[in-house]
Write a protein that binds this ligand. Sequence first.
Ligand code: SF4
Length: 350
Amino acid sequence: MGFSSKLISWYAKNGRELPWRNTTNPYIIWLSEIILQQTRIEQGTPYFHNFLENFPTIEDFANADEGELLKLWQGLGYYSRARNMHKAARQIQTDFDGKFPTKYEEVIKLTGIGEYTAAAIASFSSNAAYAVLDGNVFRVLSRYFAIDTPINSTAGKKQFSEIANELLDKKHPGTYNQAIMDFGAMLCKPKNPLCEECIFRMDCRAFQTNSIQSYPVKLKKKPSRNRFFAYFIVEEDGQLLMAKRNDSDIWANMYEFPMIETEEELSISALVEHNEFKFNFPSAIIEQLNGMVKQVLSHQNIYAKFYRITNPENNVLKNSNWAFYNSENLDKLAMHKLMFTFLETFKKLP
Ligand code: SF4
């Protein structure tokens, strides 16, 4: 039996039961695929159900308000995914007469959809013969064939894509794609793969040469950039001062407390001497509320501290992106994880 037939028969007995399987509806496949990018299945599943319940069709999704989408997305991170989905849904209304496309060449034109997602949607919805290439597939193929070309290099992407498409079962591409991804997630796992029970152990070059941990090979990433955010909590008559982020940085258009960003950590005395602080909160009393919180994003580390500001003078609203919101209604605003995690603690503070 060849690679793909072995894989498909393994999948028939062992494949995962997932709520977005057994459908050919491209909208449902798209929803699940985008939600599950950089997200674990256990974390993404409730979001998938919630989105489908709130927006049963692509038309409902297109007609949603962006704030509403971001609010539902809250906690998943990588918010550009939600914004791109919104754009794609609107593109489908205008360019595809409201019907979600299933042809690879059309799907790939949608905002936020790359080669992997286009192959998944086209193969699962219309059995189009495109091999998916995600982290699982790279890992399985690199180990099985002991390929040491870095998977995140241009040459690697080309080489693995050619092999993946050669191995693809052209009669059952959707099933094959699901099978190889499940196999990578369940057996050929990143750490401690279950080689002893693997159907490929006799043919797998990495296993045969006892070199599993050497694959896949990756080029080293650039070091992450550090950013220091000092957040200021200004409360007035049960209202909190909130700022809307701009749309050219992380967490675009989301809400948070007003803040000052610096390239280094500032002591509290250096912070009150900062020009932006003096401009926005002259003669304010400042109190630090927590230690440093770190959030790791792709290519950057965010270090945040939160301060309570009292007695700010009247120019706090000089900034047009700032406004007071009733603290009871903050849960209606789309906020990033640093904010809503802090707010949970803040509610308990005296
Ligand atoms: S033998 Fe081990 S490394 Fe090779 S394909 Fe199977 S699980 Fe992966």
